[in-house]
Design a protein. Structure first.
Length: 262
């Protein structure tokens, strides 16, 4: 057997072993990350995790075997507008007519005649317009962006969705792009059933925190869409602090349950 044949077999075996060791990444994605970018796509964070693993650090058990599909993430990023359709509530108009009695008006008569006071009536028209509640899309949007169809329990709340996904081993306290961050119930802030947010991108900071870029709907209780808000996430305390977007003025130290993975 000649040297060319042996070399070809060696590289064939090497390629097979590399493909079987884990999830592969598209070459152009791994080369697209720039250190100067404030937030890198999640695949870069996973590559950093892979380097840490090579140095002897073990990957969190909750992420083992969870390999996000790069193509799905890219398509979700490019087509995210297709997952959102504002459906405002119907406006009802009611016209009310009411006859009201006006105050008596004294009429001045000629000398020698008695003054009389006459009461008159008038019709008062009132137009009342009532707009019904819009259709909340926080769960619909998150499921559409991720393609996750599991854990449908009828009228499932975000907290129930997370609890079901955790039983199935599909949650983590470490964020990845393409995952869903679920905030815990917070009645004081109008979130009695929790709130889901789609994670567009992540970046791990030196202090152990994570900078996330998220999109979510119904942030204003009027079913509108907030895209690309920046959130500082503390995995140790499971808290989220909004640094940009409409919630930045008040959303600090919001309790998070974790992340639902694809």
């Amino acid at each position: 057997m000649n040297n060319t044949s042996l070399t070809f077999r060696f590289f064939l075996i090497l390629a097979f072993l590399l493909a079987s060791t884990g999830c592969t990444r598209s070459p152009h994605l791994s080369q697209s990350a720039q250190p100067s970018e404030p937030i890198s796509p999640a695949v870069n964070a996973e590559q950093a995790k892979a380097l840490a693993n090579a140095a002897g650090q073990e990957k969190p058990e909750s992420l083992q075997g969870k390999c996000p599909d790069d193509r799905t993430i890219r398509e979700s990023e490019h087509n995210r507008a297709n997952c959102y359709h504002l459906q405002p509530g119907a406006t009802t108009t009611i016209t009310k007519k009411k006859r009201a009695t006006c105050k008596a008006v004294k009429t001045t008569l000629k000398k020698g005649q008695k003054a009389t006071a006459k009461k008159t009536t008038a019709t008062k028209t009132t137009v009342v317009r009532t707009t019904g509640r819009c259709q909340p899309q926080s769960l619909i949007y998150a499921r559409c962006r991720t393609g996750i169809t599991t854990c449908r329990l009828g009228d499932t709340s975000p907290v129930q969705w997370f609890a079901c996904a955790r039983k199935n081993g599909d949650t983590s306290s470490i964020p990845t792009a393409g995952s869903v961050m679920v905030l815990d119930s917070n009645s004081g802030r109008g979130m009695p059933t929790g709130h889901p947010m789609y994670v567009e991108a992540v970046k791990e900071n030196k202090d152990g925190t994570w900078t996330l870029r998220i999109s979510h709907t119904n942030y204003d209780r009027k079913c509108h869409l907030d895209q690309d808000a920046t959130v500082l996430y503390h995995p140790k305390h499971l808290t989220a602090n909004f640094q940009s977007g409409p919630w930045a003025t008040w959303a600090n130290s919001l309790k998070a349950l974790g992340f639902i993975l694809r």
